[in-house]
Ligand binder design. Sequence first.
Ligand SMILES: *Cc1c(COP(=O)(O)O)cnc(C)c1O
Length: 372
Amino acid sequence: MTATETSISLPAGLRPKDGRFGSGPSKVRPEAIHALSSLARDYLGTSHRQATVKDQVSRLRSGLSNLFNLPDGWEIILGNGGTTLFWDAASFGLIEYASQHLTFGEFSSKFAKVVQAAPHLAEPQIISSEPGTHPMPVKSNVDSYALTHNETSTGVLATLSRPSEDGLVLVDATSAAGAVLWNPSEVDCYYFAPQKALASDGGLWFAACSPRAVERIQLLCSGDRWIPASLDLGIALTNSRQNQTYNTPSLATILLAAETVDWINESGGLKWAEARCRESSDTIYQWAGERSFTQPFVAEAGQRSPVVCTIDFDGVEADAISRVLRVNGILDTESYRKLGRNQLRIATFPAIDPDDVRALCACIDYVVESLT
Ligand SMILES: *Cc1c(COP(=O)(O)O)cnc(C)c1O
């Protein structure tokens, strides 16, 4: 840090109450941590095969079904390893042979790479667009379409629409699930990890699966294809139905996620959560639009994410702003490294207070003025 950077101290009255603005792991609500701590003696360090833990898994699975307003026949499946592991599992248990992938940033590209490397699958169709935009799927002779609801690396929200009656629509919703409305009739498998919009910790994956997705899993996981047990979605399905996982999960992650889901459901559901996120993100986009030194990275207003705001800077080094914010207790506003832009990336998940977002904007103004 330069001497100027070190000398900047944000006035106490300007600072947000909570300084966590990271896009994942993201802010965990103090209320959820308190709930975990109150239950800890009877819950943490107890068997995941017994009722105490299974009841929390059940609470979380039914809470997610309510949150998403899932039609009859849909199921919530879970397992260990986060979204990255789920891509590997999907390459065995959801993609039959041929898939189409929409790639528009780091995360959406990763699933395509998994499939490209899989010897038992065809070379995937890849439809790309420039970072800061998103492509649309095209009806094709494939059995799976791989979409991403919110590209966390660039701050782009995609529209989810089924391109064809044939083929499963698989949606990576890691940073959108719990914050953005979606329509189950456009999707077959909506999968995510809980350390983003669900304000929990990492390490688990969840998938809301339509009856057609469940059928596909059962078909592929009972056939001739060799599938390592930890990646076998059929085994995950059987365990999930018993409110268990194939191997030991993080009990804290489960409880914190269940707390967030109940909080959102009790506050007004997914519609409420999206409105709260949009209040926060609108604050940031509007603030950026009114400054001469910033502008939203995503040009198309309708594609700007309500949960991950990417803001370009001109004439001031964004990394310097992040460094100053960090020593003042405001964390993880750095842009996604590989995007390589002079940018801040600010999360506005449901757990993040819209008042804290307003305070953050005032703090950034203060830092920019002090730096320039
Ligand atoms: C964070 C993220 C991932 C990776 O999740 P892990 O749980 O770390 O594997 C994948 N996709 C998207 C869209 C993400 O935001």
